[in-house]
Write a protein that binds this ligand. Structure first.
Ligand code: SAM
Ligand code: SF4
Length: 332
């Protein structure tokens, strides 16, 4: 048994999200500009051994749930080797993956063998033309095949759909309808400012309240489900449907009070809040010969200075205020 670790607001920290690369083969307009972002030189990214060591340290500190994200995790060549190497760590109970589904279908049996607990698949529309408009790549059928293969192999699957004014509002109802015969959780995410361009609405029109009202108008019998502990989504079900629906107030930040997660960026920066600008760099500590105990000490120290919520974290940013970086350098 490892001890549980808490932050200065009494919140348990037991979930880490590691973005294993900043590279991606799509150009979702809410995440990256069309020309892409300036990728970090490969030597600045966490190397395989560093990822492995860091994961072990985190689990020894009380992290029992890990999400592998990116950029697109499956464009990183050694990603399966990494999952293979960590999946039996004694304190690691759950590994989850967030992917765009373009390089995923063929390795699903392998993910199943490695005991991947769930996959979050990004899919903002069920319309191929709109998929192209949003991601700037013509890969809708590839991603849809991945969805079908995940379901076929019985891997619990959530669809992440970012809700975007003037882009995919017409897709909200078809995505809800998908839950009729498919045992999938469709989660609508408020659009956040992390698009790598610095541009954002002054006022977020499609916030969690408006999303819910819009869905309720079409499905008046929508019923509220009990939300799992630490859930960032408010969860609902259309009676008789196989799947369910979640709404994530990612911009409104209504769930910070139970936030149990930390993030590690591709270059090893620790973020104790999605909206902070990074607390310190774990890669540098490792490359400067810090011992495991020293790294654990630095992590504990940062947990004792955590912002109370995403508004405070954003306000405390010394540079790059407000938050504007690309989500592919954070991991979502
Ligand atoms: N490439 C993978 C994918 O797309 O699933 C993993 C990384 S992606 C950055 C993780 C999640 O962040 C995706 O579900 C994506 O939809 C979401 N995301 C990216 N930019 C966002 C934004 N500006 N607002 C809200 N969610 C965003
Ligand atoms: Fe790539 Fe994911 Fe960002 Fe889309 S959301 S550009 S798939 S990292």
């Amino acid at each position: 048994m490892t001890e549980s670790i808490f932050d200065n607001h009494g919140r348990i920290i037991n979930y880490a999200r590691i973005a294993v690369t900043d590279r991606c083969n799509l150009r979702c307009f809410y995440c990256m500009p069309e020309e892409g972002i300036q990728y970090m030189p490969k030597k600045e990214l966490l190397q395989f051994e560093e990822l492995e060591r860091l994961t072990k340290i985190l689990t020894e500190l009380g992290i029992s749930k890990l999400r592998i994200t990116g950029g697109e995790p499956f464009v990183r060549k050694d990603i399966m080797k990494f999952i293979e190497s960590i999946h039996t760590l004694p304190h690691l109970k759950e590994i989850h993956i967030t992917t765009n589904g373009t390089h995923t279908a063929d390795i699903i049996p392998e993910l199943k063998r490695l005991g991947i607990k769930s996959v979050n698949l990004s899919l903002d529309t069920l319309d191929a033309a709109r998929f192209f408009e949003i991601t700037r790549r013509d890969l809708f059928s590839t991603v849809y095949n991945t969805l079908e293969a995940l379901i076929h192999h019985g891997i619990p699957t959530k669809i992440n759909a970012v809700v975007m004014a003037n882009k995919n509002i017409d897709d909200l109802i078809p995505l809800c309808e998908l839950t009729k015969n498919t045992p999938v959780s469709v989660r609508f995410i408020e659009e956040m400012p992390f698009n790598g361009t610095g541009s954002h609405y002054e006022h977020l029109q499609w916030n969690h309240i408006n999303i819910l009202n819009y869905i309720k108008e079409r499905f008046p019998t929508l019923s509220k489900l009990e939300d799992p502990r630490y859930s960032t989504s408010s969860n609902y079900k259309i009676p008789g449907y196989k799947g369910d629906i979640g709404i994530i107030a990612a911009y409104s930040r209504t769930f910070c009070g139970t936030c149990n997660r930390i993030r590690i960026t591709p270059q090893g920066t620790l973020k104790t809040c999605l909206y902070d600008h990074g607390v310190f760099n774990l890669r540098d500590l490792m490359r400067n010969d810090a011992t495991d105990d020293q790294i654990k000490g630095a992590l504990k120290q940062s947990f004792s200075h955590r912002a109370k919520d995403g508004w405070e974290a954003e306000k405390n940013r010394e540079t790059f205020f407000p938050a504007t970086e690309s989500m592919s350098t954070i991991g979502g």
